[in-house]
Design a protein around this ligand. Structure first.
Ligand SMILES: [Zn+2]
Length: 453
């Protein structure tokens, strides 16, 4: 397959798209993703695609296109063009420079996720140039507003206002694809699920009064007392199907004692001790602990306005994250076991936990394509503590299978996954080409594309 593609030329071309995209400042807020949408639309149109641009709000641009195919249900390649803010003072190369140095392209979005947008764009161009005849439509959407607030201007908005542009039962986007090392073995992740979000206010009420006359009904002290147990309490273990498959996957072929510890992570009374014995760093250990249960982080406090007034109300904002299987109700019930019944909860934002199938269909194609490209790093399904645009899509279209897969082999010493949203975000050009080749094979295999040119 793809014998007639000149991959060294593709390397320069896709690197150029990524550099150009980084140079378009789409810091969200405010976003200004229309500038990126214009750029992508021009390239698509130059190559014979029909690009459709929409604005969900002034400057919040989305662009979609479609390669027509056979009668199977479409595949959507999805990427967001907005990025988080960057503090230029901390960068070796300016964050919107797109500089090429040390084999890397530098800049905000190099890993999250203008790299994948560039690779997906390149795949669309290659399909067109090779005259591919897929057995289904292949849709590409570069959308706004993933990184900030409630994400109201991206794919969710498109589904509400122009569903015909992006509706697809199977979606490939960001999330997994990077490799992980456990013991002597290396694995490639494919993100199939993400935790849910339940953000809320916890409100304590008491008796207002004068600061000179303390009493025993202070809202602030009530709030502090209720929240204090969160310091040491872990909510109960809820291993999801994805975490079971992940731990099974990374245990396969490992020495028996390591494999036993990996399996023991799923057993409630053994989980924490087993996690402590695993050859993983402290950040990864904390990550896995969170992936196995619901979590509640207190992130904001609001109470009082004058030094000499005891306020009648005190509020803590709680960033709750739900393991697959949990609901708003089950999460609140667990939380009450820890913080008691003295607080009122007001939900501010909710999106359910999501899990796609780690078998069949696109997942199986990803496994087999990676088996050819990197046989030493078998694919394992992964769950994320954070969210992708899947949270705007699956609740609107239940059953949609969303996979996060941007292939990336981490370079020793670079620790790319720490650079996401951090200073000096950059991506290796070699890995950008690797990802483009893998994604091209994933799309052509999944859609049984035959080249005609
Ligand atoms: Zn992202």
């Amino acid at each position: 397959m793809n014998n007639n593609i000149d991959w060294s030329q593709v390397r320069d071309e896709v690197a150029g798209y990524l550099q150009d995209l980084i140079r378009i400042d789409t810091t969200n807020p405010p976003g200004n993703e229309a500038l990126a949408a214009d750029y992508i639309a021009r390239i698509l149109q130059r190559e014979g695609y029909r690009a459709i641009q929409t604005e969900s709000a002034p400057g919040r641009g989305n662009v979609t296109t479609r390669l027509g195919g056979g009668g199977q249900e479409p595949l959507l390649l999805l990427g967001h063009t907005d990025v988080v803010a960057a503090d230029a003072g901390h960068w070796t190369h300016p964050p919107f420079s797109g500089d090429l140095a040390d084999g890397c392209i530098w800049g905000r979005g190099a890993l999250d996720m203008k790299n994948m947008v560039a690779a997906e764009l390149m795949v669309m161009l290659l399909l067109q140039r090779t005259g591919a005849r897929p057995d289904r439509d292949v849709i590409f959407a570069a959308t706004a507003d993933e990184e900030a607030g409630k994400g109201e201007h991206g794919p969710g908005w498109l589904l509400d206002h122009h569903p015909e542009q992006i509706e697809a039962p199977v979606i490939l986007t960001e999330g997994g694809g990077h490799d992980v090392v456990i013991g002597a073995a290396r694995f490639t992740t494919c993100q199939v699920g993400q935790k849910g979000i339940c953000r809320m206010k916890a409100i304590a009420r008491g008796r207002p009064g004068h600061g000179s006359v303390p009493h025993d009904d202070s809202a602030i002290l009530r709030l502090c007392a209720a929240l204090a147990p969160l310091q040491s309490a872990h909510l109960p273990l809820h291993p999801s199907a994805t975490m079971r498959a992940f731990l099974d996957g990374v245990a396969a072929g490992q020495p028996e004692s390591l494999a036993a510890d990996l399996r023991a992570v799923l057993v409630p009374e053994q989980s924490d001790a087993a996690l402590g014995r695993l050859p993983i760093d402290a950040d990864t250990r904390a990550q896995w602990r969170s992936l196995l249960r619901n979590t509640a982080s207190v992130t904001l406090l609001q109470a009082g306005s004058k030094i000499n007034v005891i306020p009648g109300e005190a509020v803590a904002w709680i960033d709750g994250r739900l393991a697959p299987g949990a609901t708003q109700e089950s999460f609140l019930a667990e939380l009450r076991q820890v913080v008691g019944h003295d607080l009122d909860f007001e939900i501010d934002q909710y999106s359910p936990p999501l899990e796609a199938r780690a078998e069949g269909g696109l997942y199986e194609v990803i496994v087999s394509v990676m088996q050819r490209h990197d046989p030493a790093a078998p694919v394992v399904p992964s769950l994320s503590t954070g969210g992708t645009d899947a949270k705007h899509i699956v609740p609107r279209r239940p059953g949609t299978q969303v996979y996060g897969f941007m292939p990336y082999r981490q370079q020793p010493g670079l620790e790319e996954m720490q650079l996401i949203h951090g200073h000096d975000e950059r991506t290796s050009v070699d890995e950008l080409l690797f990802a483009t080749r893998v994604l091209y094979d994933v799309v052509t295999n999944y859609t049984h594309s035959t080249e005609t040119q």
